[in-house]
Design a binder for this molecule. Structure first.
Ligand SMILES: [Zn+2]
Length: 207
């Protein structure tokens, strides 16, 4: 199954009325954060397929008013979902670098958020025989595709959650490496392939 994953930057080739002709066999959209919700709404409207996304540190605080969510998509932050044979879980946000800003968390706060996913993930193991297929985040995990400046340090809770849930893939954004040829975008960590989505990728994943 083909998945279109997007993050951090608008891709003109996608933000076009030709997107349906260009990607006729995509079956799911994943948003890894820091994108205008109008862009996500455009993609879900034109492609007319399920969309799951998490907020990034530049996105508004989530509440139920229209401007803080992408209409037609499912905000997967702190949630677990089952769609088209895939088990998904999401954790939005980044490490805190401006206190009291939305979607920014200390390492400790992120551990508490990650722990809240565990009961449902363990329930998946009982119900489906596996805990998780896709972990969708905005931030990278600690030490994997992250950077050493205060805004781009990875979250240790994500390393922990990967070890607990053993997803097949973790998709993230947030770290934008302009020297793409020397920065890895794919890293295997335990049983999980971690992929930096910035700015977009088509992934072929078997349900
Ligand atoms: Zn970000």
């Amino acid at each position: 199954m083909k998945i279109l994953a997007v993050s951090d930057q608008i891709v003109e080739r996608l933000y076009s009325t030709n997107v349906r002709e260009n990607y006729p066999d995509v079956r799911m959209i994943i948003g890894c954060g820091d994108l205008p919700y109008t862009y996500l709404e455009f993609l879900v409207t034109v492609l007319n397929i399920p969309m799951f996304y998490v907020p990034g540190n530049h996105d508004p605080r989530h509440d139920l008013d229209n401007r803080s969510r992408a209409e037609g998509g499912f905000n997967l932050d702190m949630s677990v979902a089952y769609s088209q044979g895939l088990l998904l879980a999401g954790l939005g946000g980044s490490i805190v670098y401006h206190p009291n800003s939305p979607n920014q968390y200390s390492q400790e706060q992120m551990y508490r958020r990650a722990m809240q996913l565990l009961p449902t993930i363990w329930w998946n193991q009982l119900k489906y025989g596996r805990k998780l297929d896709l972990l969708i985040t905005h931030s990278p995990a600690y030490g994997i595709h992250d950077d050493d400046d205060p805004a781009h340090q990875g979250l240790k809770a994500l390393n922990w959650l990967i070890r607990m849930a053993r997803p097949r893939y973790m998709l993230h954004g947030h770290t934008i490496f302009y020297r793409q040829n020397i920065q890895p975008h794919f890293t295997t960590y335990y049983d999980t392939e971690i992929i930096n989505i910035y700015p977009s990728r088509i992934l072929e994943i078997n349900p």
